[in-house]
Design a binder for this molecule. Structure first.
Ligand code: ZN
Length: 310
């Protein structure tokens, strides 16, 4: 298997102030674990800047212009209670989009079997016209649209196992039958969306909320009972994972009790779907995960599985 890892140093320069959980050390922790011998065959690419054309497939011009205008020359600019820009945020966000599009290009053309986008800021809370929840541009959504517009993918599935519901991705694809958005997440929890009865205009949204305290067993039941059957019925040309690792038992922001083996298991099941319908094409995009050890170990299990080396 050729697995690609896409990142850029700009993702280490974006930070939102002392004590903020979405911090550069998250990416450093992943980078450190990828120095291990078992990752020596991982291919690497540097993230380019995302194009305006790619972002415009998801976010309106006025929203992009607003983010650009908010970018501070020094200090911080606060967009919402927990979403802040420093002078490097805009570049990091643009390269996050560029990384996701590059990963799609590589996978859709068969140059790579699958790809992991190791960038921050994350994206799944970014709605069409709202930056929120540590997110600016919705990387997974832009990747899905890029696959459709540039590579002729007809149906794209996005599966999101971050502990938080991806309200942004749901908002963007609510009325679009060509994209399936499926999510497991803790509920109630930020951002408050993601009830099972939120199904989209075409039944293309599949929410499987979990309760605080639920662990691997409930997660696997939700996957096997709701998510995987929906993915099977949908038959995607590309599988995108919104890979947040904050459902890990060590995470300070959530109360689910997943362990590395659960992320490994979910990755394997999603690869099965990709193998069955999409010639194995799978792109995984980093979202949350705020305990450095839990994040690094979970991302390691996830990427190792993608490499076929688990
Ligand atoms: Zn999260």
């Amino acid at each position: 298997m050729k697995t690609l890892f896409v990142t850029h140093a700009a993702a280490l320069r974006h930070e939102m102030g002392e004590g903020h959980p979405e911090r550069p050390d998250r990416l450093r922790a992943i980078e450190r674990i990828l120095e291990g011998e078992e990752f020596q065959t991982l291919a690497r690419e540097i993230a380019p800047l995302g194009t305006r054309e790619a972002i415009l497939r998801v976010h309106p011009e006025v929203f992009i212009a607003d983010i650009e205008a908010s970018a501070p020359a020094s200090g911080y600019a606060q967009l919402d209670g927990d979403t802040t820009m420093n002078p490097f945020t805009l570049e990091a966000a643009l390269r996050g989009v560029g990384a996701a599009c590059l990963a799609v290009d590589e996978v859709m053309t068969g140059r790579s079997d699958n790809a992991f986008v190791g960038m921050r800021p994350p994206g799944h809370h970014a709605e069409r016209s709202t930056a929120m929840g540590f997110c600016f541009f919705n990387n997974a959504a832009v990747a899905a649209r890029h696959a459709q517009s540039v590579h002729g993918a007809e149906r794209v599935a996005i599966m999101d196992f971050d502990v938080h519901h991806g309200n942004g991705t749901q908002d963007i694809f609510w009325g679009d039958a060509s994209v399936l958005y499926a999510s497991t997440h803790q509920m109630p929890l930020y951002p408050g969306t993601g009830a099972a009865n939120e199904t989209g205009l075409y039944g293309n949204i599949v929410n499987a909320p979990l309760r605080a305290g639920d662990g691997g067993e409930a997660f696997r039941e939700a996957m096997e009972g709701r998510i995987l059957p929906a993915l099977d019925a949908f038959g995607p040309d590309l599988v995108i994972i919104s890979a947040g690792f904050d459902a890990h038992i060590r995470d300070p922001l959530g109360n689910l009790n997943l362990i590395e083996e659960d992320f490994d298991w979910a990755t394997a099941r999603l690869m099965d779907i990709a193998d069955k319908y999409a010639k194995g094409r799978l792109v995984s995009v980093l979202e949350g995960g705020y305990d450095l050890q839990g994040l690094a170990r979970s991302a390691s299990a996830h990427i190792k599985r993608m490499m076929g080396a688990a």
